[in-house]
Ligand binder design. Structure first.
Ligand SMILES: Nc1ncnc2c1ncn2[C@@H]1O[C@H](COP(=O)(O)OP(=O)(O)O)[C@@H](O)[C@H]1O
Ligand SMILES: N[C@@H](CC(=O)OP(=O)(O)O)C(=O)O
Length: 465
């Protein structure tokens, strides 16, 4: 018997037919196994919830809220009809969903009147996507004669700090989750993405955070494996939407997967691997639409036989931030002050590079953090040392990832020659001493082409010619 945590993303549970399909798929694995299911919201619902919240705060139009609520209710009603056949179960889930939607509507009306949207209310609003999908998926299992109940992340013990929008689980979650989930019979369905803080207030784990929820749960209950079910056939050598020739990577290490997700590969939440590492739990990424194919296995051991580079990724919505001043040369502690100013402002630095003349430090940050970052630098750094703070939003980060790069000479040369031949100007380069990745900044317009050129140069699609 294996204990498995299975997480289904928004595309996998996009509508009633797919929810039913997920039910059949899990049932296929359920005999002799103990399964916990973690679900995301129906595809696009989280985006829609947030969009309605922003426009409610901006324009205060209750009539727009009414329209949105009607569409949201219809979408979920339709999903119930398509996914569940037993009338009694349908009615029960419908009434559950209606109550939740009424509560949500009141919150939107409140936002309309207040004209204000706090990080806490954003988390509250965006939590409804999973609060509406989980009851339906649990209903599908019951419709199939499998015992099931749904729970929010908070109800099963995912307790976080109060960093709304990007909350971190507290250590005590791990024992709490095990205590709450292990005695449950049947197939529990847990809402991904959402958790609660110590005061019982809803928090979220960051966009795409259902992967993180599943991994936290997997580590807490000592799962044998954690499976992420996606629309792709696993972790691919590149985003197939950027390079359709991308191939599934059969095995990848924890570190490689983390690097890829950190550098923008949307296939995994950047923190989804950390909890699995705690317990050395193998993670699988599998395709919901092709469950027989093995997908990608993410494991501790690095597999070096598949060439030096495993994959290439693209991070968009980033900005280049430059701090300069001749007085920075030879002045100890400038870098420390730059980084602590940004850390204190809660800005995550994606890349760092310092010229050997030391007259400037360049960093890549998320575009959404740019104003906050510049404000913090202007406030905290002495003017006589740092003369200029500038930025460029028209950039993206390309990263190549592969543990085989460590100690293999010539990779960087080949990479940047390929960029040179393609006429792509490289503005900043960074390589960690672990040599698991090389990341570099190019103009936003060149990002996709850079990924495609690297994919071809390193024959990541498997072509040997
Ligand atoms: N290297 C990669 N391998 C696989 N998918 C990738 C990669 N980089 C980006 N992606 C994108 O990640 C998404 C993962 O599938 P999806 O079902 O949307 O996941 P989820 O719903 O769990 O977020 C796909 O849309 C794919 O385009
Ligand atoms: N629904 C949330 C959480 C999530 O993980 O979604 P998905 O698995 O569809 O990326 C979001 O859109 O951010």
């Amino acid at each position: 018997m294996a204990r498995l945590v299975m997480k289904f993303g928004g595309v996998s549970v996009a509508d009633g037919r797919r929810l039913r399909n997920v039910g059949e798929l899990v049932r296929g694995f359920s005999s002799g196994n103990e399964i916990v299911v973690v679900t995301s919201a129906l595809q696009g619902v989280t985006d829609d919830l947030l969009e309605c919240a922003r426009s409610s705060a901006k324009y205060g139009r209750v009539s727009d809220v009414d329209d949105f609520i009607m569409r949201l209710a219809e979408k979920h009603e339709q999903a119930i009809t398509d996914a569940i056949s037993d009338e009694a179960i349908r009615d029960e889930i419908r009434s559950d969903i209606r109550k939740k939607i009424d509560t949500l509507e009141k919150a939107y009306v409140g936002i309309c009147y207040l004209g204000e949207l706090t990080p806490r209310s954003i988390d509250y609003i965006s939590s409804f996507g999973e609060q509406l999908s989980a009851p339906i998926l649990s209903g599908v299992f019951r419709d199939m004669g499998i015992e099931s109940r749904y729970y929010t992340g908070g109800e099963v013990g995912i307790i976080t700090n109060s960093d709304y929008g990007n909350a971190k689980p507290l250590e005590k979650s791990y024992s709490l989750i095990a205590k709450k989930l292990l005695p449950i019979k049947g197939i529990p369905v847990v809402t991904g993405f959402i958790a609660m803080d110590e005061n019982g207030i809803i928090t979220t784990l960051g966009r795409g955070g259902s992967d993180f929820s599943a991994s936290i749960i997997g580590a807490a209950i000592d799962a044998d494996e954690i499976w992420f079910w996606k629309e792709t056939s696993g972790v691919l050598t590149a985003d197939p939407k950027i390079d359709p020739s991308a191939k599934t990577i059969p095995t990848i290490s924890y570190i490689e997967a983390m690097e890829l997700s950190f550098f923008g590969a949307k296939v995994l939440h950047p923190r989804a691997i950390e909890p699995a590492i705690r317990k050395g739990i193998p993670v699988r990424v599998k395709c919901t639409f092709d469950p027989e194919s093995p997908g990608t296995q993410i494991v501790q051991e690095e597999e070096l036989k598949d060439g030096v580079i495993k994959a290439v990724s693209l991070s968009t919505n980033v900005a280049l931030l430059n701090v300069s001043g001749a007085e920075m040369i030879g002045t100890p502690g400038v870098a420390a002050r730059v980084f602590s100013a940004l850390a204190n402002a809660g800005v995550n630095i994606i890349m760092i590079s310092q010229g050997s003349s030391e007259a400037n430090i360049s960093m890549v940050v998320e575009e959404k953090d740019l104003d906050k970052a510049e404000e913090a630098l202007r406030r905290d750094l002495p003017r006589e040392i740092v003369r200029g703070i500038s930025h460029n939003k028209d950039v993206c980060v390309v990263a190549v990832v592969g543990s085989g790069m460590a100690g293999t000479p010539g990779v960087a040369g080949r990479l940047f020659s390929a960029m040179g031949r393609a006429g792509i100007n490289v503005r900043m380069i960074s390589q960690g001493s672990s040599e698991h990745n090389i990341s570099f900044v190019v103009a936003a317009k060149d990002g996709k082409r850079a990924v495609q050129k690297i994919h071809r140069e390193f024959r990541l699609n498997g072509d040997r010619a």
